[in-house]
Design a protein around this ligand. Structure first.
Ligand code: 0X9
Ligand code: ZN
Length: 783
């Protein structure tokens, strides 16, 4: 069950009072400058806003909005104690996340003051946050260290007259007119992790050029246009006067300061999620591009029409947001689809580095915001664009991210940028929307789906080929890629003999004369799949009852018990089973949605689902299934796990197959495929069984699990000698292939032989000769 709100003020007031005794108003690292904003006893609070009046009551005080959106529902603020008292008087619900924000600010400043000074070329530079001056010294040092690869120049001037700098980073090869990527940080003053991340990525690209072949290739193909600090005035103000400052430092002429740069762009300007009130954190300014900082970045992007992709780095929330954000609309395909695929790809790349989940979604799905940079960059700037919200994932520690996380944040986002760069440095991109097979079935054709995406060149129609062979070392045969429309193609691997391995690669041609291979190092590297006989022992889509049972002796969950039905979708539970229509049912931990998310989820313990007994006495088998698991929606997310076990003795002992969760992407809902070989876990016997155990062991966690499309398949070859096409019989097709392979001992395969020679080695003397031919004739005659 979700936990209910707790932060009631009686306790809070007392704590405030006590903390107040310990905390002086002045910053502990020295004398406070005039105008210093002190947050002593200001609280980090999530308010449950239920009306416009609530918002008005909050804004009667000098508050800092932390959420980027204010409306009905939960909103995060930094509130002075008087505002908290006003919420109490109104009976508004809220939860106090931190009692004294100044404590966080002072701790951060004292830590920074204590840190040993490091020069800009010291590897420890990224171990602590850096001031605007230190950042400028760092970029100067980059230019001095890598004069061939990076240049720095001023692209504009801030409201208070400070230079806004950009770095151009590119390899020494590839000419002067390369395709380009652009990224920037620090539109928002308090988001200190953003320039550090931008600089980490820049530094790493430069350091690895010439030593890492992948980086060398992308820098020779692309130019990177980089703006570490778009809003220097605000950044300095956040360091010196007000740690929670978001906007730039324009004097609005009415006693208020600042325009939100990320509401000042022209697309959707003045719309939802922006404010016309000058004092507001989301103030959009007097007109689109009224601010010199947004003008500078706009002109910089427009000056470089070869920019294909752009990222605007912010914090916090761990999100990858693609256009649009000003309205509930999608960019037309193929752009919309491409930005989704690339955004999802960046999320995967980030996850693979430190296991951090950055959710990839359209911006509007977060909240509407008019006048943002990414919408403009896509719509007017002619480039794909994303907003990436960096660490942490929630309000605490919010903008005061511990410095130990600077480098990991840099590392994971470096992976995102290099992935993007790789995607944009190819003439064309070949990908496989359905993946590539781990095995193919003997005697059957295998159809592969191939996506060809134009990047720097356009695909030449009909130039795409699949090259394959069933015998390592033999010449490749060729098959066409046939168009399915929309940049999608189909290639067919013909039937092959059981026990062989098919090796293959793809080749496409671009209108600029480039040839793109997949895998890129083909034919030195190839895709491969075992050709095997297949027997389906059990294929259960759970539409009918094939003997599964629910309940172990020690099961103790009181709700959310496994049932087999058409699930009712919730934020945590699937809306649809996994089987394509007309399939509707799956096993799920109570298919009902209920009145709230926590009504029919698992509560109070565990619930177990058992498979029927499987007879695998004849040899090894592969078991596969699609599973769903969600433990991230409650108030204490990521605490429970989903356990899959196997027994080979009728349930006497169990061995773990996999445990999903407690954290990671696969614990956040969604259908995921899992496959394993039984023999890798237990010895296959005549009495094999699986169990799926989902549990909720703590309070406050919300858990749902589901299972569908369970399959047990057995592989192997009966070994019909001479059946070169693997169609299960000996016929003229097989016979006609024999002469090609005759004459060479195994290992010295005649170049024309496209079959593994053993297919014809009837007498198993490792040599294909006349004896085999005679045996073949005999076998053939016997049919
Ligand atoms: O609100 C913003 O400007 C960005 N978030 S932040 O917390 N760094 O201020 C995100 C903008 C994303 N766009 C939309 N949600 N429409
Ligand atoms: Zn931001």
């Amino acid at each position: 069950m979700p936990r209910v709100f707790t932060g009631w003020l009686a306790v809070a007031t007392l704590v405030v009072f006590l903390l107040g005794v310990h905390f002086a108003a002045a910053p502990a690292w020295g004398e406070a400058p005039e105008g210093y904003r002190d947050y002593t006893n200001h609280k980090l609070v999530t308010v449950q806003v239920t009306s416009r009046e609530d918002l008005r009551a909050i804004h009667a005080f000098d508050v800092r909005l932390l959420s980027e959106f204010e409306g009905l529902g939960p909103v995060d603020y930094v509130l002075p104690p008087e505002a908290v008292a006003a919420l109490d008087a109104r009976g508004v619900r809220y939860e106090v996340r931190h009692e004294n924000v100044q404590e966080l600010i002072v701790a951060e400043r004292e830590r920074i003051a204590r840190a040993a000074p490091v020069g800009p070329r010291d590897p420890a530079w990224f171990e602590e946050y850096k001031t605007n001056d230190q950042i400028n010294a760092f970029t100067d040092a980059l230019v001095a260290t890598y004069p061939q690869l990076v240049s720095k120049y001023q692209i504009g001037t801030s409201y208070e007259g400070r230079p806004i700098y950009a770095l151009t980073v590119t390899g020494t090869e590839g000419g002067t007119d390369k395709a380009a990527l652009c990224f920037n940080g620090m539109q928002h003053s308090r988001e200190w992790i953003s320039p550090m991340t931008v600089l980490y990525i820049t530094d790493r690209l430069l350091a690895e050029y010439g030593s890492d072949p992948g980086v060398t290739a992308i820098m020779d193909k692309l130019t990177f246009y980089i703006v570490p600090v778009v809003n220097p005035d605000g950044y300095i103000y956040s360091w010196e006067y007000d740690r929670q400052w978001r906007k730039n430092r324009r004097d609005n002429g009415d006693g208020t300061y600042g325009v939100d740069p990320n509401r000042n762009w022209s697309v959707g300007w003045g719309g939802a999620g922006s404010s016309s009130w000058t004092g507001d954190d989301l103030y959009h300014g007097t007109a689109p591009f009224s601010e010199s900082e947004t003008q500078a970045l706009r002109d910089y992007i427009l000056d470089h029409p070869k920019i294909l992709a752009h990222i605007d780095f912010h914090s916090y929330s761990q999100l990858i947001l693609r256009p649009y954000g000003y309205d509930y609309i999608e960019p037309p395909d193929p752009d919309g689809a491409a930005m989704k695929v690339l955004g999802d790809g960046m999320a995967d790349a980030i996850y693979s580095v430190h296991g951090e989940v950055y959710v990839s979604q359209p911006s509007y799905a977060l909240y509407l915001a008019g006048g943002t940079c990414a919408d403009w960059a896509y719509e007017e700037g002619g480039t794909f664009s994303w907003t990436i919200e960096l660490r942490p994932d929630s309000y605490f520690p919010g903008f005061e991210l511990p410095p130990e996380e600077i480098i990991p944040t840099g590392e994971e986002n470096y992976a995102a940028i290099t992935l993007l760069a790789e995607s944009f440095s190819l003439p064309m991109k070949i990908s496989f929307p359905e993946g590539l097979p781990g095995y193919v079935v003997a005697g059957q054709e295998t159809t592969l789906t191939v996506d060809i995406q134009d990047v720097l060149e356009t695909y030449v129609p009909d130039s795409g080929k699949l090259y394959y062979r069933f015998c390592s070392g033999a010449a490749f045969s060729e098959a066409p890629l046939t168009s399915l429309g929309g940049g999608q193609y189909e290639a067919v691997i013909p039937a092959g003999p059981c026990g062989s391995e098919v090796e293959y690669y793809f080749q496409v041609e671009g209108d600029g004369g480039s040839v793109v291979l997949s895998p890129p190092a083909a034919p030195a590297e190839l895709y491969a799949a075992d050709v095997t006989g297949l027997e389906i022992v059990l294929s259960d889509e759970f539409e009918t009852d094939l003997g599964w049972t629910v309940g172990a002796a020690d099961d103790d969950a009181d709700t959310g018990i496994w049932d087999r039905d058409d699930p009712q979708g919730t934020e945590a539970q699937p809306e649809d089973d996994h089987t394509p229509a007309p399939g509707t049912r799956c096993w799920v931990t109570d298919s009902r949605a209920g009145s709230s998310l926590g009504t029919w989820d698992i509560d109070g313990g565990k619930t177990t689902l058992f498979s029927p007994a499987l007879d695998l006495s004849g040899g090894d088998a592969t078991i596969s299934y699609w599973r769903w698991y969600s433990n991230d929606t409650g108030s204490t997310p990521h605490t429970d796990v989903f356990v899959v076990d196997i027994s080979n003795n009728g349930g006497t002992t169990w061995t773990n197959v996999e445990t999903v969760g407690p954290s990671g992407q696969e614990a956040s809902g969604g259908w995921y495929y899992h496959e394993f070989k039984v023999g890798d876990v237990v010895t296959p016997t005549g009495d094999v069984q699986l169990r799926f155990v989902a549990s909720d062991e703590g309070d406050g966690s919300l858990v749902e699990a589901a299972l569908d499309d369970f399959m047990v398949a057995r592989f192997g070859c009966d070994g019909l000698t001479g059946d070169s096409d693997g169609d299960g019989d000996l016929d003229l097709d097989d016979f006609s292939l024999f002469p090609e392979c005759m004459g060479g001992p195994a290992g010295e395969i005649p170049p024309a032989c496209t079959m593994p020679p053993w297919v014809f080695d009837f007498d198993e003397d490792d040599d294909i000769d006349l004896d085999d031919f005679a045996a073949f004739q005999e076998a053939f005659a016997g049919i």
